[in-house]
Design a protein around this ligand. Structure first.
Ligand code: FPP
Length: 252
C-alpha cells in the first residue's frame, strides 16, 4: 500500500537530481522496528538496533543528494510508556550511534542537532548529544536533526511559554503571532519539512512536527523501518517530485 504505488521502482540519484526539485527538508517517522523483530523471533531492542543500522545509509544518501535537513523521530514524549528495558535500550543505542557515527558524519559535513525536551533524558544520553553537537557544530552540508523526547504538542506549549517569558517583566507584544510561534519552536531557523516519510504503513502523524508539517507532502510505505533503504528513499523523493504542491493556492 505505498501511497504512490504507480511510481517506477528503480530511481537513481542522478536522475532524481535532474528530474526536478529536491525536498529541502525530509522528516521521517521510523516505524516498524518492533514488528520487524517480532517477525524474526527477536526482541524489540534488536528491532531498534536494526533500525539504527537502516538509518545510517539514509543519512549518507540524503547528504549525497543535497538534502539540507533530515529530521528523524527517534523517541516521542509518549515512548516513555514503553517497558523500561526497551526505553533503556533506545538510549544505549543512541549513545552508541552518536559515539560511533559522529566522526564520519562530521567528515561528510553533517551537523547534528536535536529537537524535543532533551534536558529530561538520562545524563549519559545528554552527554553524548552535547559532544556530538559540539563536534559537528561547524558543519554546513546537512543538518541531521534527531527528535528525542519530542512531541509536537509539547513543543508548541514550550514555544508559547518561551515567548511569554520574553514578555516579562514588561510585555512588548500583546498577542502572539504565527511568526513568533515559529521562531520559538525547537526547529527555529530550519525550513519546514517538504516531505514526510512514514514507514510500516500507519496513516497518522503521531504528534510529530504538528506545526511544521502544515504543507508537507506525505509518503507512506508498508516497508518496515529496518528494511527501508536508499532505494526506498529514492522512491519517496520521486513520488514527491510528482506531487502538485499548491500551498492552498492554485499552482506552484
Ligand atoms: C517505532 O517503531 C520506532 C521507535 C519508537 C524508535 C525509532 C528509533 C530508531 C529507529 C532507533 C534509534 C535512533 C537513533 C538515532 C539511535 P516501533 O517500535 O513502534 O515499531 P512497531 O510499531 O512495529 O512496534
Amino acid at each position: 500500500m505505498d501511497t504512490d504505488a504507480r511510481q517506477p521502482l528503480i530511481v537513481d540519484s542522478q536522475s532524481l537530481g535532474r528530474r526536478g526539485k529536491l525536498p529541502r527538508h525530509i522528516a521521517i517517522i521510523m516505524d516498524g522496528n518492533g514488528r520487524w523483530a517480532q517477525q524474526r523471533g527477536l526482541n524489540r531492542a534488536e528491532g531498534h538496533r536494526a533500525g539504527v543500522q537502516a538509518l545510517k545509509p539514509i543519512v549518507k544518501e540524503c547528504a549525497a543528494l543535497g538534502i539540507q535537513v533530515l529530521t528523524v523521530y527517534a523517541f516521542s514524549t509518549e515512548n516513555w510508556a514503553r517497558p523500561q528495558v526497551e526505553v533503556n535500550a533506545l538510549w544505549d543505542l543512541l549513545v552508541e550511534f552518536l559515539r560511533s557515527e559522529t566522526p564520519e558524519l562530521k567528515a561528510e559535513g553533517v551537523r547534528i542537532q536535536t529537537i524535543g525536551n532533551v534536558g529530561a533524558l538520562p545524563p549519559r544520553a545528554q552527554r553524548a548529544i552535547d559532544a556530538a553537537k559540539h563536534d559537528t557544530a561547524e558543519q554546513t552540508r546537512m543538518v541531521l536533526n534527531l527528535a528525542l523526547n519530542y512531541g509536537g504538542r509539547d513543543e508548541l506549549v514550550r514555544a508559547v511559554n518561551r515567548w511569554l517569558d520574553e514578555q516579562r517583566p514588561v510585555p512588548e507584544e500583546r498577542y502572539v503571532t504565527a511568526n513568533a510561534i515559529a521562531q520559538h519552536l525547537d526547529t527555529a531557523g530550519l525550513p519546514d519539512p517538504d516531505l514526510l516519510i512514514r514507514s510500516s504503513g500507519e496513516l497518522r502523524i503521531s504528534n510529530f512536527l504538528l506545526w511544521q508539517l502544515a504543507y508537507a507532502e506525505i509518503y507512506v510505505t508498508t516497508t518496515l523501518w529496518p528494511d527501508f533503504n536508499p532505494m526506498e528513499l529514492h522512491k519517496a523523493i520521486h513520488a514527491y517530485q510528482n506531487r502538485d504542491r499548491r500551498f492552498g493556492g492554485l499552482r506552484e
